[in-house]
Design a protein around this ligand. Structure first.
Ligand code: CS2
Ligand code: MN
Length: 355
């Protein structure tokens, strides 16, 4: 596996490439053209400039997170083909630039949803947290207001103000879309993009819905083993794969994470590994990566990845905000660096004990 860190680009990120390069064992970054809107074609010059900036800093552009999917594709509106054509052009250019892993999600309206961006833990660190009670008490637009006021000035992926201005229309668009329709629209999208993925050897890695259940009555399908295996079968191409995100699938305590990993042998193209601490089944917070700080056994997760021969990019996911750092919630330097080092340590121990 290759240890990486997510990086939003020098215009948006408080963390520098130089800092990332100094984390032992991190050799690549996962980045995106953060200023582009879903549905837009990515310019070749922009892709190459991003790649060059990263390579000049002594790192590799290991993959893209994310090329976001336009809502017309998820809803299946009559103009979806135009947006799929744009997506294909972007993939073509990424392939020509030598990029072989693209993470995306198929969540309606929002990307991940948290109800607190800075819950204070007993040690004074702050973390992202979720309670179902808070979601049930809020309208989506109220949620947006509370999220943006807590974001340290950063724009959070999927919560861009331009999108949120149209939140009512977005909800309206999804009125007729249930789980089955969303599955069908995903299949349509994948069938259309697989030829370009085959041509350029691009691994598509769908990110799970987070939390792994319906919020605000919107359909959500990338939530458990049954659905993800259905998705792998419905477009049975090795380039149709997943981002295994322990913190997202793990929101549902019924998901057996190591078992899910083992069932996805050959189809995990990217791994996000982080821990959660549950205070109740509907109240969780994002703990440090260490097993003993949260609910998941991180050794078992890494062992399962090892057992299936996982050799793709991996990254620590959201970290806590520690040591007075001010950064995009979940994406500071310090705790993610600790996470990367811990995961590298588990991996080294697993490799050596299996020799
Ligand atoms: C990420 C997601 O920050 C996060 O929770 O894991 O935003 C992820 O990048 C997207 O869902 C992938 O498209
Ligand atoms: Mn993730």
């Amino acid at each position: 596996m290759q240890m990486t860190l997510r990086w939003y680009g020098s215009k948006y990120d408080t963390v520098t490439l130089k800092q990332i390069r100094q984390i032992p064992g991190v050799t690549g970054v996962i980045s995106t053209l953060y200023g582009t809107a879903p549905g837009e074609v990515w310019e070749m010059d922009d892709i190459l400039a991003l790649k060059k900036e990263i390579e000049d800093a002594g790192l590799e552009l290991t993959g893209i997170e994310s090329v976001n999917v336009h809502d017309a594709i998820k809803v299946g509106t009559p103009d979806r083909d135009k947006y799929i054509d744009n997506y294909i052009t972007t993939l073509e250019r990424l392939g020509q630039a030598g990029i072989h892993m693209v993470c995306y999600n198929f969540m309606p309206v929002f990307d991940w949803t948290r109800t607190e961006l800075a819950r204070v833990r007993p040690d004074g660190s702050t973390v992202l947290a979720y309670t179902q009670e808070a979601v049930d008490a809020l309208k989506p637009e109220e949620m947006f207001a509370s999220i943006s006021s807590d974001a340290n000035g950063a724009i959070l992926p999927g919560w861009e103000p331009e999108r949120m201005e149209h939140i009512k229309e977005l909800f309206e668009m999804y009125k007729e879309v249930d789980d089955e329709k969303l599955f069908a629209n995903l299949k349509y999208f994948l069938e259309r993009i697989m030829p370009v993925c085959d041509k350029y050897d691009i691994n598509m890695a769908i990110h799970p819905d987070d939390p792994a259940w319906s919020v605000f009555g919107l359909p959500r399908i990338i939530i458990n083993k049954e659905n993800i295996l259905r998705m792998m079968k419905m477009v049975d191409n090795p380039h149709n794969g997943v981002t295994f995100c322990s913190g997202s699938y793990g929101t549902n305590l019924e998901n057996d994470l190591p078992d899910m990993i083992r069932s996805l042998k050959g189809r995990i193209h990217f791994a996000h590994v982080r821990n959660l601490k549950f205070n109740s089944p509907t109240d969780f917070e994002e703990s440090a990566h260490l097993s003993s700080d949260g609910t998941f056994d991180m050794y078992e997760i890494m062992l399962a990845l090892y057992d299936i021969g996982f050799d793709g990019p991996i990254r620590p996911d959201h970290g806590r905000m520690i040591w007075d750092e001010v950064a995009m919630p979940g994406y500071g330097l310090y705790d993610r660096a600790l996470g990367a080092t811990y995961l590298n340590g588990l991996w080294e121990a697993i490799c050596k004990s299996h020799k």
